[in-house]
Design a protein around this ligand. Structure first.
Ligand code: XMP
Length: 326
């Protein structure tokens, strides 16, 4: 639509006016907001934008590839993918407590991103340039909630080997500050981003790490990723993506139950389907999914994911239940 084309043009002009011929950095999370913000800035300043994506290994099937391949193909962005999967698994080893998991994932994320930011800054300096700007996908509701201020972000990095801590200060570039979520999606489509990215349902920063009840291990992540991919594929095939707010799939990794498959007894794990309807995630109701869709998801998961022998449905509203299990 031409109004959205105008929004894009206007934002591109604003970004050019703010950044001039200097350089910017953007952390891509895999979500809609950071991708659209980055795509706008890329359109405005080209490869003077460097994007960083931290692969923590806690994403769902295909999500890292969507950034690595599709986002780059559409935008032409200069993207650095940091493979931190081993580091996150190592840090999470032995941790089952939900808050401990969240803290650990948050802390590792900051560490890895700081190092990546420092590398980008140093590379620019080697070419006589500075990186003065940090792009963030702040939306209008976040601006209102935080009192409307904008400004700078500081990264204090302790990672330069043998050296002193280094202070990095960036001026924020927030091209989505005037937009609501639905407008951000429209801008994303206008910029050519794939619908699967633009319409992605909310997904928590700590990712699958808080959808494994128990310790996070590589094997458990693989099991959950396969079960989750099946549930998402069936919900999409049934045309339900935009009707449900989100549908976490949760692996009860410390629970086993007896089952039977073929001639043999199994002793596998349950997964929980948690489909919810909501306006803003503050409250939610469990979604009355059609039985045939539930049946297909259950049959496929138990047939195709050997470690899972039971699929259960969460029928709790929020409150009292939260959307996520951790
Ligand atoms: P709860 O579980 O509190 O979730 O009902 C409400 C919404 O927030 C998402 N969520 C998170 N998002 N980091 C995030 O970025 C987190 O640690 C986190 N925890 C929950 C959840 O997916 C739901 O949309």
């Amino acid at each position: 639509t031409w109004t959205m084309a105008n929004v894009v043009e206007e934002q591109v002009e604003r970004i050019r006016a703010q950044v001039g011929d200097r350089r910017a950095l953007c952390a891509l999370s895999g979500g809609v907001d950071s991708a659209v913000a980055a795509a706008l800035v890329q359109r405005a300043i080209g490869d003077r934008l460097t994007c960083v994506y931290v692969d923590h290994g806690l994403m769902r099937e295909g999500e890292t590839e969507q950034i690595e391949r599709d986002f780059v193909a559409v935008t032409g962005a200069d993207l650095r993918v940091v493979d931190a999967r081993e580091q996150f698994l190592g840090a999470l080893a032995g941790i089952s407590d939900p808050e401990q998991k969240r803290k650990t994932i948050g802390r590792e994320f900051i560490r890895v991103f700081e190092q990546a930011a420092l590398d980008v800054v140093h590379d620019a300096q080697a070419h006589g340039q500075t990186v003065d700007f940090l792009v963030q996908g702040t939306l209008y509701p976040d601006v209102v909630e935080s009192g409307g201020g904008t400004g700078t972000a500081n990264i204090k990095s302790h990672h330069n080997v043998g050296g002193l801590p280094e202070d990095l200060t960036f001026t924020l570039v927030e091209p989505l500050r005037t937009l609501f979520k639905d407008e951000v999606r429209e801008v994303g489509l206008q910029l050519g981003l794939p619908e699967s990215l633009v319409w992605r349902q909310p997904f928590p920063g700590p990712g699958l790490g808080i959808r494994i009840i128990g310790e996070v291990t590589q094997e458990r992540l693989d099991v959950l990723r396969r079960a989750d991919a099946i549930a998402r594929a069936e919900l999409t095939a049934a045309g339900l993506d935009r009707e449900i707010w989100q549908c976490p799939v949760v692996l009860l990794a410390d629970v086993r139950s007896v089952g039977v498959q073929g001639d043999g007894r199994t002793y596998g794990h349950p997964v929980v389907l948690r489909p919810v309807s909501s306006e803003d995630a503050m409250t939610a109701d469990w979604t009355r999914l059609p039985y045939d869709v539930l049946a297909r998801i259950s049959t496929r998961i138990t047939n195709e994911v050997a470690e899972v022998n039971r699929v259960v449905l969460d029928v709790t509203s929020k409150p009292p239940g939260t959307i996520e299990w951790e």
